[in-house]
Ligand binder design. Structure first.
Ligand code: ADP
Length: 368
């Protein structure tokens, strides 16, 4: 019911906000402009409430979907902290970010969900702190003896109003705030932490907190993250790594996906060549003996299937590259088409880092 309702409200709200922004750019006197700005702000808080309700109802229905992918850890946290620098400075509150020196460059997790949790913790910290300091401390520890998965810990500490002990049990309950006057004074709905804790659990971790009324609060987020790039903890044995001498071509028209694959490969010391369509990929493959080609299937102009056929027919007798289809289409028919065109394996988007490493390891293994 909540999911349907929030969808139904979103449609008219879209028109309200859209026409309001048109109105804003029409000739208005200063008083009317301030009314338009109020409509805008109220509309936006309604939208964010709807998003929260939708998220929450999805979680209740067990329909929360996660999209894990490799992300640059430091800059992902920094970009959220940066969002709050101005608001903290305006209150005279110092905002510090402390990154442990041992952080891996890249981790595998769902970036938008991690961001959503951090945004919630930081916006609360800023909202409930009127002087002093807010500190975000990021560290990792090994999640298993093999050391190939990590527990990422992010503590958000503030010297704000704190939460009195008798209200601690309410904090993660949906629609509940520490005390009833909070809504009047600070706004908010009491959904943020309920959602954040469920998200943290879905990401293999949890959120806990310690707080002292009048002195401040520390929320500790832990999530389980995949380790990428051969990172290993100092005391652990290192996993079998793909060879960094592999010659790899990435053929992908979408710049973000191209960048993503490049980052994963770079984190293994591999500098791939890049192509934006099938034609360029086929040309490149005729001139350089690649070990692996990651081939997007749908590309403008010549697609990945035609390019693969061309490469296979043009390189008869030469050592063939491993061609890995990268496709957003998970249907069997698509996979069949890929194999028929001469591809060796299929990776379905959204892929996880392990999918890409597996392909590299297969080729590294063949070479040794
Ligand atoms: P909202 O902030 O929208 O009210 P949340 O679920 O994020 O909802 O937070 C629930 C309640 O927990 C807040 O209303 C507030 O009473 C308390 N709280 C959360 N973070 C802090 C904090 N950093 N310091 C003090 N109280 C907090």
């Amino acid at each position: 019911f909540l999911a349907v309702m929030s969808h139904e409200i979103r449609t008219p709200l879209n028109a309200v906000l859209g026409f309001n922004s048109l109105l804003e750019s029409s000739p208005l006197n200063p008083e009317q402009l301030s009314w338009v700005e109020t409509i805008n702000q109220s509309g936006r808080s309604l939208l964010s409430l709807l998003n929260d309700i939708l998220d929450f109802s999805k979680m209740e229905a067990g329909e929360l979907s996660l999209c894990p992918q490799p992300i640059p850890l430091k800059s992902s946290v920094e970009s959220v902290v940066d969002l709050y620098r101005q608001a903290a400075a305006e209150r005279g509150v110092e905002l510090r970010l402390q990154l442990s020196p041992q952080l891996p460059d890249v981790i595998g997790t769902d970036p938008s969900r991690l961001r959503q949790i951090l945004v919630n913790l930081l916006s609360n910290a800023v909202k409930f702190t009127h002087h002093g300091t807010i500190q975000v401390a990021v560290s990792v520890s090994a999640a298993n003896p093999a050391g190939n998965s990590a527990l990422l810990n992010i503590d958000v500490s503030d010297s704000g109003i704190g939460i009195p002990p008798h209200l601690h049990h309410r904090i993660f309950k949906p629609f509940s705030q520490a005390d009833a006057s909070s809504t009047r004074q600070y706004g908010g709905t009491g959904l943020g932490l309920a959602i954040s804790q469920r998200l943290a659990r879905a990401l293999g971790g949890d959120i806990t907190f310690t707080s002292e009324a009048g002195r401040g609060t520390t929320f500790s987020l832990t999530i389980r993250a995949e380790l990428v790039g051969g990172y290993s903890f100092p005391s652990s044995g290192s996993a079998s790594k793909p060879s960094s001498t592999l010659r790899v071509l990435v053929a992908e028209d979408h710049p973000h996906n191209r960048d993503l694959l490049t980052r994963i490969l770079n984190s293994h010391g591999i500098k791939p060549d890049l192509a934006e369509n099938g034609h360029d990929a086929a040309q490149a493959a005729m001139h350089k003996p690649y070990d692996v080609i990651f081939m997007d299937v749908r590309m403008p102009g010549m697609d990945g299937l035609v390019a693969t056929r061309l490469i296979r027919s043009g390189l008869l007798g030469l050592r063939p590259p491993r061609i890995v289809a990268v496709t957003a289409n998970a249907f069997d028919e698509e996979k069949r088409n890929c194999f028929e065109a001469g591809m060796d394996s299929v990776v379905v988007k959204p892929f996880i880092i392990a999918d890409i490493l597996r392909e590299l390891q297969i080729v590294s293994g063949q070479q040794t």
